[in-house]
Structure formats: structure tokens, C-alpha cells
Design a protein around this ligand. Structure first.
Ligand SMILES: [Mn+2]
Length: 361
């Protein structure tokens, strides 16, 4: 953790700022190690050359005093943005590096009502540090991935006709917590039959039937780190040749894209490998999302694999590779693995087999 403080301090010096300031929950988790909800602004961090302050409200004070190292902990009352602005002011800071991208217009105004110095836009310091994972972070990501895969392995044999999508989704989330995760890293996607053509469909009361496609996209958050994987199965029997065709094409696209993940490639180049295979197979218009995204303390973070990404891959980045083909009214396929970019290619953290599998036989 102290390495991360040092890295922010050396960036501060180069940029000629007096301090770094953050109220971003994922950035603050990364910099302090304290796990809080990402749903609200619950802490503020001020890093100066020789001191660092961690501000939080009563709910987190006891935990912060025990767990947050390298910072002076202050308990604050009332509006965290106004109190933080007042603190920046009283510390006499003239130019503060700050990434405003997570703030609403109203939140920014509250901060500026109390701080009269300069907030210098700084979007990349912490997100840039987060892109390359340390060995310790890789172990946490691996553990989160293994935990989620264990749940998949145990739940898929229990699928039965009539099981509603939302009951299966709830079972995933129950098992994550039961096995030690803090919860799911995003709302579990469990879609049956034609609903599988909705890339981010919401599980409802739709009952499982023989001949259904079963699309499962899920992950857990464990010790602050996320996992993400997708498998697509069929239940009872294969719904038709159309499904075998799109499954085989998605499988091939994913396999070739995984081979293309290596240092020096851009996000756009890796995306193009999968996209060209799907397009040449005649389904280009049915693969409408990017190939993948970074995963870490957040489920979606830098870097991106898509048609616009100029990011050059480097060893230590963690990404998903998740092509899909979605036929409206019929069904869809997505196959997603979590991978680490290594010096010589990529290491696939997801171990669950990908051959087309018929469940419930
Ligand atoms: Mn994903």
C-alpha cells in the first residue's frame, strides 16, 4: 500500500501540485486498502509530500483506524464534500490534483463552495496505477475467479425443468456470500431460451425448458477484487443447427482472440481478431459490444478491448475476453474468460471448460 502512496507522491512532484485529492470509492479502496461501498462517496483522501489524510464518517472510523496505514485518520460530520473542501482550504493547498469524473455537477459545486484553490484535472494517476496488477492483486483476482467457478460447477448439475431464471441468479449470489465473497461483482445474469439474445438481460420468472439456451454471466467480489466469467450451455437438448453454428463461431473467435492477447498489441487489434472471425462467419451485426474490459477493484475498468481502444497491452494487465453472437428472438452465445497479460502471451485464469455442453442429461 505504501508503494502506492509513493507513486502518487512522485506524480505530484512532476505535476507541480501541492496535493492529490480523491473521493472516488474505487480509487480510495486502492490507495487505502479499506473496503467500503462503491455506491456513495464515503471517504476522502488527501496526499501531500510528507503527510496523508484519510477522512471518513463515523460508520468507518473504527475500521479505518485499525486498517488504514500511512494516513492520519479524521472523523468528519455532515457533507463529506463540503468538509473535504474546508480541509483542503485549511491546509493552505493552492493547486490540488483531482479527478472529477465520478462526481455529479451538484457534488462538484458543493466541493467548490468550500475550496477556493485550483482543482487540476487529473484522470490518470490512480487509474494508470491500477491497470498493472501486482502479484498480490493477481492472487486476489485468482481467488475471486476460483470462488465463482466453484459455484458454477456446483450449480450447473442442479438445473431442472421449471427453475425460474431469478431463482438461479439468487442461488449464485447466495453461494458467493456463503463461500466468503462480499457479494456479486455485478447483478448475476441468468437467461434462458430466446432471452439469451439480450447481452445484459435481467433474470425474471422465465422457467427453464428442454431445448433452452442457458446463458450465465456472473462474478463475485472477494477481498475487494472482482471476477467475471460467462458460459453458455443448453438444457436437455441442442435447440437447433443455428445454435451449434453460432456457438462454434463464438468459440473460435474467443480462442483466436486469447492467442492474440500479448504485450505490444493494442486493444483495437485484439478486438479485431474476434470481430473479423464473427464477421467472416456472417454474424458481424450480431456482435454489438466490445470484446473485453479490465477487471480489478472495479468490475469494468481500464483497459478496454474494443474498436476504439489504442491502449497498448502490457504484462500485468487483467482483462476479460468475451465475444458473443445474439440473434433476436432466437437466442445468443457469449463465452468469457478472465486473463492476465504475461510477457509471453496470456494466462487464462478461468478454468471451466468451453466445449458446448448439454446440461440436465
Ligand atoms: Mn465482462
Amino acid at each position: 500500500m505504501n508503494d502506492r502512496l509513493d507513486q502518487v507522491r512522485s506524480a505530484l512532484e512532476k505535476a507541480g501540485c501541492d496535493a492529490f485529492f480523491s473521493v472516488s470509492p474505487p480509487a480510495n479502496q486502492y490507495l487505502s486498502g479499506l473496503l467500503t461501498s462503491f455506491g456513495e462517496i464515503s471517504s476522502a483522501i488527501i496526499i501531500m509530500g510528507d503527510r496523508a489524510h484519510f477522512l471518513c464518517d463515523f460508520r468507518y472510523t473504527e475500521q479505518a483506524r485499525k486498517e488504514v496505514m500511512g494516513y492520519e485518520i479524521s472523523e468528519i460530520k455532515g457533507d463529506i464534500l463540503v468538509r473535504s473542501g474546508e480541509r483542503l482550504e485549511s491546509l493552505g493547498l493552492k493547486k490540488v490534483a483531482f479527478d472529477p469524473s465520478g462526481l455529479t455537477v451538484d457534488e462538484k459545486a458543493r466541493l467548490e463552495s468550500a475550496y477556493t484553490g485550483e482543482l487540476a484535472g487529473e484522470k490518470t494517476w490512480v487509474s494508470g496505477l491500477r491497470v498493472i496488477k501486482s502479484d498480490e492483486e493477481l492472487e486476489l483476482l485468482r481467488a475471486a475467479s476460483n470462488l465463482a467457478e466453484g459455484v458454477l460447477a456446483d450449480l450447473t448439475p442442479t438445473l431442472r425443468e421449471g427453475l425460474p431464471e431469478r431463482e438461479l441468479a439468487a442461488q449464485f449470489e447466495f453461494e458467493f456470500k456463503k463461500r466468503g465473497a462480499t457479494g456479486s461483482s455485478f447483478d448475476t445474469i441468468a437467461l434462458f431460451g430466446p432471452k439469451s439474445s439480450l447481452p445484459h438481460g435481467i433474470p425474471d420468472g422465465t422457467p427453464l425448458k428442454r431445448g433452452d439456451v442457458v446463458l450465465l454471466d456472473f462474478g463475485c467480489r472477494s477481498a475487494g477484487y472482482c471476477s467475471d466469467l460467462t458460459r453458455t450451455y443448453v438444457f436437455g437438448t441442442i435447440p437447433g443447427a443455428w445454435f451449434e453454428e453460432i456457438y462454434a463461431l463464438t468459440y473460435e473467435a474467443q480462442h483466436r482472440a486469447l492467442e492474440a492477447v500479448q504485450p505490444g498489441k493494442t486493444g483495437r487489434e485484439v478486438d479485431a481478431v474476434a470481430r473479423n472471425i464473427i464477421s467472416e462467419g456472417g454474424y458481424g451485426e450480431y456482435f454489438g459490444h466490445g470484446l473485453g474490459h479490465g477487471v480489478g477493484v472495479e468490475i469494468h475498468e481500464a483497459p478496454r478491448l474494443n474498436t476504439e481502444s489504442d491502449t497498448v497491452l502490457e504484462a500485468g494487465m487483467v482483462l476479460t475476453v468475451e465475444p458473443g453472437i445474439y440473434l433476436p428472438g432466437k437466442g445468443g452465445v457469449r463465452i468469457e474468460d478472465l486473463v492476465v497479460v504475461r510477457e509471453d502471451g496470456c494466462e487464462i485464469l478461468t478454468k471451466t471448460p468451453k466445449q458446448l455442453k448439454v446440461l440436465g442429461e
